[in-house]
Design a binder for this molecule. Structure first.
Ligand SMILES: Cc1cc2nc3c(=O)[nH]c(=O)nc-3n(C[C@H](O)[C@H](O)[C@H](O)COP(=O)(O)OP(=O)(O)OC[C@H]3O[C@@H](n4cnc5c(N)ncnc54)[C@H](O)[C@@H]3O)c2cc1C
Length: 555
């Protein structure tokens, strides 16, 4: 059923960027009715993100949109090298080679790999996914202008910026996915903590066919320009063809660039002289900020409204989509009557530390990119200059590996001290941004293993909880099944006797949540009711007390 103006909707999503779209799509995938409002017409004039991380691709796999990402117009044969150089016609200092997307293989720890799919290609894919969900309505030219708490729900005033016409939407929950300048966050009065200005940067998107040929080395995805004063700009192949995004990095103090400054910067980096087509110029401030809290009552913030980070590493949207996947099943659980309020509280408890983690690693990447610092003789055409360039190039190549090899960042995040995971007393593995070590320790992403029938273990997860019974001698699952049935928690038991899965999952019984994270594991069950109550964020009988319809999907 489609919500209409003035209707009540269970969930109102504010903001139709990638995070709002991901939340709407995932809620729709779960059959939850929601309305997404977006103040603009939805067109992307300055694509920001372009790296779709490996964990996001795993979510895309569940949403069945991998083929759309892979089939997006970004050329699959364009090399993905990162190169450090003084200018396209100058000295190459170092390089990290990467194959084109079409040649790269998934690592052994995942059925997917990261993809390059810029926002003007990725947002429409998410939008089409959302449009396929009958329980979701998306309204463009619809801006949240007021928010009032009334009773147990929230009333939002939505205004059409073109006409000024308003209407009211009442909902049980609001999800603020409205970006770095979030209106929702402002209404809630939630402060941001961290560094409000790392650099004042200017992004310039320009068109130039054949730009890569101006450098004699192999075509690259990203060019990072280092001068005697240090690292000063980057250029990325934003569509792998004729469009380029130059970021003039700037400094901690504001500076407005004139058109002449921009032409001079492009000429310095590329040798290109006007006329050529500049498509957009956007000054922005690089920040490392995380909201003090992600929830106030029935209102949540996620994505850039909850955390803003340097793009170095490509973590921003991917972190936001992780937020959306975490919040979606919890909202669904509460609306379906089997999840308790603690489940909603666990959203911030689980995701805020990940926001802090990812934002601080992004800033470390920025410092790595700026690490060459001043080198007065960098362009000197003599032996001392050549030696300096070798030194700078070697050090930068080494430092920048942290930004390019990030499996640990994307797959190794875990929900430590989550109120809805049951700890098993084992110590956490090291949180290494570069390397990911699969584990079934509660709070971690459940590991990927290929099954004998060709599926990934990840393909087993998504709708409800899944209890894996591993090996021929796995204990009887009935106590957990009975306890789940009492609360209405959807639980499927999957028995597998495949040695690779048994080894990777480390215990005979592993309970995996709808978002693919491990909630509990053990070789015996113990207090089944306590386990189920914890993972649903419930007190005994809370589901019944809410008087909601409990979905009987227990097997
Ligand atoms: C140069 C650059 C490169 C980047 N590269 C990457 C990358 O490779 N990978 C990555 O993961 N991240 C990257 N990021 C970060 C990424 O772009 C953001 O994290 C991501 O766009 C955040 O998505 P969002 O949906 O939370 O917010 P946004 O994309 O900002 O979307 C918010 C939406 O809310 C709407 N809105 C705002 N207020 C209202 C209101 N009151 N009512 C209705 N609608 C409203 C806005 O119009 C907007 O459409 C990059 C960022 C930059 C600047």
């Amino acid at each position: 059923m489609t919500p209409r103006s003035g209707d009540q909707v269970p969930v109102l999503i504010v903001g139709g960027g990638p995070v709002g779209l991901a939340l709407a799509g995932d809620l729709g995938w779960r059959g939850i009715r929601c309305l997404l409002i977006e103040q603009s017409d939805g067109a992307i004039y300055q694509p920001k993100m372009d790296l779709v991380g490996i964990r996001t691709m795993e979510h895309c796999r569940r949403w069945d949109i991998v083929k759309d990402v892979v089939g997006s117009p970004y050329p699959r044969d364009y090399p993905q090298d990162n190169v450090y150089l003084t200018s396209l016609g100058g000295y190459e200092l170092g390089r990290e080679p990467f194959p084109p997307l079409g040649e790269e293989k998934p690592p052994p720890v995942s059925p997917q790999k990261r993809e390059r799919c810029p926002q003007n290609m990725f947002d429409p894919i998410l939008r089409a996914f959302v449009a396929r969900q009958p329980s979701v309505e998306v309204r463009y030219h619809a801006k949240l202008t007021e928010l009032r708490f009334e009773g147990e729900g929230v009333t939002a005033t939505v205004t059409d910026p073109r006409s000024g016409a308003t209407n009211e939407v009442r909902s049980e929950f609001i999800a603020g996915c409205d970006g770095a300048h979030s209106t929702v966050r402002e209404f809630l009065g939630i402060p941001m903590q961290g560094a409000p200005a790392l650099t004042y940067t200017t992004n310039v998107i320009f068109r130039c066919a054949g730009l890569a040929a101006r450098h004699p080395g192999r075509k690259s995805y990203r060019y990072i320009f280092v001068g005697p004063e240090g690292t000063w700009a980057t250029i990325v192949a934003i569509n792998g063809g004729d469009q380029w995004r130059m970021s003039i990095i700037g400094a901690e103090t504001p500076r407005t660039l004139t058109t002449d400054d921009i032409h001079a910067a492009i000429a310095r980096a590329t040798g290109l002289q006007p006329p050529y087509e500049i498509l957009s110029v956007v000054p922005w401030v690089r920040k490392e900020l995380v909201a003090e809290t992600y929830r106030k009552g029935p209102v949540f913030i996620l994505g850039d409204s909850a955390h803003v980070m340097s793009p170095t590493g490509g973590y921003g949207m991917n972190t936001g989509i992780g937020d959306a996947v975490d919040l979606s099943w919890k909202l669904a659980a509460v609306l379906q009557g089997w999840g308790g309020d603690r489940l909603l509280d666990s959203f911030g408890a689980e995701r805020r530390p990940i926001g802090v983690r990812n934002a601080s690693e992004a800033s470390r990447n920025l410092r790595r990119m700026l690490s060459p610092g001043r080198n007065e003789g960098l362009l000197d055409e003599n032996e001392a200059g050549a030696a300096l360039r070798r030194r700078v190039g070697t050090a930068m190549t080494e430092a920048m590996k942290h930004e390019w090899f990030t499996l640990g960042m994307h797959l190794g995040y875990r929900y430590e001290n989550s109120p809805v995971c049951v700890p098993d007393g084992t110590p956490p593995l090291a949180d290494d941004p570069r390397n990911y070590i699969p584990t079934s320790r509660p709070g971690s992403r459940a590991p990927h293993v290929w099954l004998a029938d060709g599926r990934s273990t990840l393909d087993l997860f998504g709708r409800g909880f899944v209890l894996l019974r591993l090996g021929a001698l796995a204990p009887d699952a009935q106590p957990l099944v009975q306890a789940a049935r009492k609360t209405g928690m959807p639980l499927e038991v999957v028995a597998l006797d495949e040695p690779a899965v048994t080894a990777a999952y480390e215990r005979a019984l592993v309970l995996v949540r709808p978002d693919g994270h491990v909630a509990w594991r053990g070789d015996e069950i113990g207090d089944a009711a306590a386990i189920i109550r914890t993972v649903c964020g419930l007190d005994v009988g809370a589901a019944a007390a809410r008087g909601k319809q409990v979905q009987e999907r227990v097997q």
